[in-house]
Design a protein around this ligand. Structure first.
Ligand code: BGC
Length: 266
């Protein structure tokens, strides 16, 4: 399928590693000019930029803390300055700061809510303002496309990760309410909810055999996901092939949402 994304411009937050990195590379492969946003891993961002440009793609990297309003404004501004327009926002940046509920500090709570939820609000708002001003132009049928990176934990409760699950539950309602409000402006807003994808964020769950085996009992499809599994869905969602999809959450999880514990139980 030709996704016809060539010449479009995308910001992918938190794309110096993990799922964000895979999305940046996949979109660049489709001819999208990519802004690789990072918070502190300048080296990682530079490696992604080089990987893209060596394959003939276009990319710049921009440092910004997505939880800070001025940083997000500057990020979007530097994109418009570099490329003249913006077509795609992938609000991906996220982190975990895990703790048992009764041990969780206010700092851990705030950190995760600020980056994973407020960060998405700030990035989506900044992008939507530009999309609305731009209107539908020569690049595609929509005025702009937003993908919020969610998680199976927008639905599945997660002991020991209450801050993270709460933020992702919030992302679901943020995404759906934005989609409802912005559809009249021809802005499409969707979410991808990954399950267990092999990245640094969940290293504990896959780095030794025993942990991986335990993790796999949660995944009917029988394998851990790769960044590319998510990135391909992201490329589809921001393309005109998905022009009639808005307000949807696509679970990319090998069936984790099917609650496999019920296979022979209940
Ligand atoms: C989390 C991972 C976890 C996965 C499935 C993701 O959103 O970031 O750490 O492995 O959900 O539980």
């Amino acid at each position: 399928m030709d996704l016809n994304l060539s010449g479009q411009v995308a910001i992918i937050t938190g794309s110096s590693s993990g799922i964000g990195r895979a999305c940046a590379i996949a979109l660049a492969r489709e001819g999208v000019k990519v802004i690789i946003n990072y918070h502190s891993d300048a080296e990682g961002a530079e490696a992604v930029r080089q990987e893209i440009t060596q394959r003939g793609g276009e990319a710049i990297s921009v440092k910004a803390d997505v939880s800070k309003e001025e940083d997000v404004e500057d990020l979007v501004e530097s994109c418009v300055q570099a490329y003249g327009h913006l077509d795609i926002m992938v609000a991906n940046a996220g982190l975990q700061a895990d703790a048992a509920f009764t041990e969780m500090t206010l700092e851990q709570w705030n950190k995760v809510i600020n980056v994973n939820l407020t960060g998405q609000f700030l990035c989506c708002r900044a992008a939507a303002r530009i999309f609305r001003k731009q209107g539908v132009h020569k690049h595609g049928r929509a005025a702009g496309k937003i993908v919020c990176m969610s998680s199976v934990h927008d639905e599945i409760a997660w002991a020991g990760h209450v801050n993270y699950a709460t933020a992702k539950g919030g992302v679901k309602m943020l995404m759906e309410s934005m989609a409802q409000e912005l559809a009249q402006d021809k802005i499409r807003v969707n979410a991808i909810a990954p399950g267990a994808i092999k990245t640094d964020i969940n290293k504990d769950a896959w780095e030794d055999e025993e942990s991986l085996e335990k993790l796999l009992t949660l995944i009917p499809y029988g394998r851990i996901g790769q960044g590319e599994d998510v990135a391909k869905v992201c490329a589809f969602l921001v393309s005109d092939a998905a022009d009639y999809i808005t307000g949807a959450t696509l679970y990319v999880d090998g069936g984790m949402m099917l609650y496999p514990g019920f296979r022979d139980n209940g």
